[in-house]
Design a protein around this ligand. Structure first.
Ligand code: PEP
Ligand code: MN
Length: 346
């Protein structure tokens, strides 16, 4: 249930409702908007809440059930867009967030070279996996903690915050020590223990959509993270499995507009995994910006043919620069901004 307070309801009135809702056995989440406060009553017995007759309490405008199975992630509970600060950029508002870098951390020099390349090209954050979820156990699995150290060095050198995947509950603490954003991969979108664990970490979470997940399942995964207290969740559409074989996945841009209508959380797009082919990545990045995504996560490598993972979908410097140019032009038409990277030049 949500209890929507009137405009101008006092703090004492809000506190009174919060106490009564808690005493009735509900968990309480407050959403303090610019105009009004919304109190989310989570769990508990609805009948008990109904008996409290909160509609009649001073300061209350209305009490309504949240019909969606996700509550904290729902726009009903939090009508305004959630803004998440990452490094010098605000994700989820008018500014468009660009995260770029190689699929995996391949080594120190390569990562530093890639970090400088994407920083100079205008990216706001660096991506690269130290722990890689590979379909084959014989493929390159990532450098693990050594890779995390290189990521931290790349951040120190370029000023770019770092987005990297965590695959295992046992690694969350370790990855959170190095990363600015914890990425949950498509294959782990319904790894509920992992979702709960990152929900207890003090880092924003980038939650990839499961490759066969519905939008509702994706939002329920976000709800798992949020229900542990971490409300800093960024959703990432990365393509879904369909009958199509011409592309690696089918990038579902309709999911961006649908998800943004259902949730206040930022929604970004990964055109690289979304299409799986280098020659189509720039066009889909443009389409993501046009569709109203809050940003893109894109695989970029100084020499993409040499990439140790996902080479076929990784773009090189020229395509990256073209992409940034095109995306900026589209954002301008839409009255949005591609902020200058807040990077430190070293
Ligand atoms: C990645 O970003 O490199 C990755 C493994 O993504 P996904 O989980 O979407 O396949
Ligand atoms: Mn990849």
């Amino acid at each position: 249930m949500i209890i929507v307070m009137r405009k101008g309801a006092t703090e004492a009135q809000v506190n009174d409702i919060v106490e009564r809702v808690r005493a009735a056995g509900f968990g309480v989440h407050l959403s303090q908007g610019e105009e009004r406060t919304i109190i989310g009553a989570i769990g508990g017995d609805r009948a008990v809440l109904a008996d409290l007759n909160l509609e009649a309490a001073p300061g209350v405008e209305r009490v309504t059930p949240i019909s969606k199975p996700y509550k904290l992630a729902s726009r009903d509970f939090h009508p305004e867009d959630t803004l998440i600060r990452i490094g010098g950029t605000t994700v989820g508002g008018n500014d468009f967030w660009v995260v770029a870098g190689p699929c995996s951390v391949e080594g120190r020099e390569l990562l530093l070279e890639a970090a400088r390349l994407v920083r100079d090209g205008g990216a706001h954050a660096l991506r690269a996996g130290a722990f890689k979820p590979r379909t084959s156990p014989y493929s390159f699995q990532g450098l693990g903690e050594e890779g995390l150290k290189y990521l931290a060095e790349a951040r120190a050198v370029t000023g770019l915050p770092v987005v990297t995947e965590v695959m295992d509950t046992r690694d969350v603490e370790l990855v959170a020590e190095y990363a600015d954003v914890l990425q949950i991969g498509t294959r782990n979108m319904q790894n509920f223990s992992l979702l709960r664990e990152v929900g207890r970490a003090n880092r924003p979470v980038l939650l990839k959509r499961g490759m066969s997940a519905t939008i509702e399942e994706w939002l329920m995964a976000a709800e798992y993270v949020m229900s542990e207290g971490n409300h800093q969740v960024i959703l990432c559409e990365r393509g879904v499995r369909t009958f199509e074989t011409a592309t690696r996945n089918t990038l579902d841009l309709s999911a961006v507009v649908v998800a943004k209508s259902l949730t206040h959380l930022p929604v970004v797009v990964d055109p690289s995994h979304g299409v799986g082919r280098r020659d189509f990545v720039v066009a889909l990045a443009r389409a993501a910006a046009a569709a109203g995504a809050d940003g893109i996560l894109v695989e970029v490598h100084p020499r993409p043919d040499e990439a140790k993972s996902d080479a076929a979908q990784t773009i090189g410097p020229a395509a990256f620069h073209q992409m940034m140019h095109d995306v900026a032009a589209i954002l301008q038409v839409l009255g949005r901004r591609l902020p200058a990277a807040a990077a430190v030049h070293v």
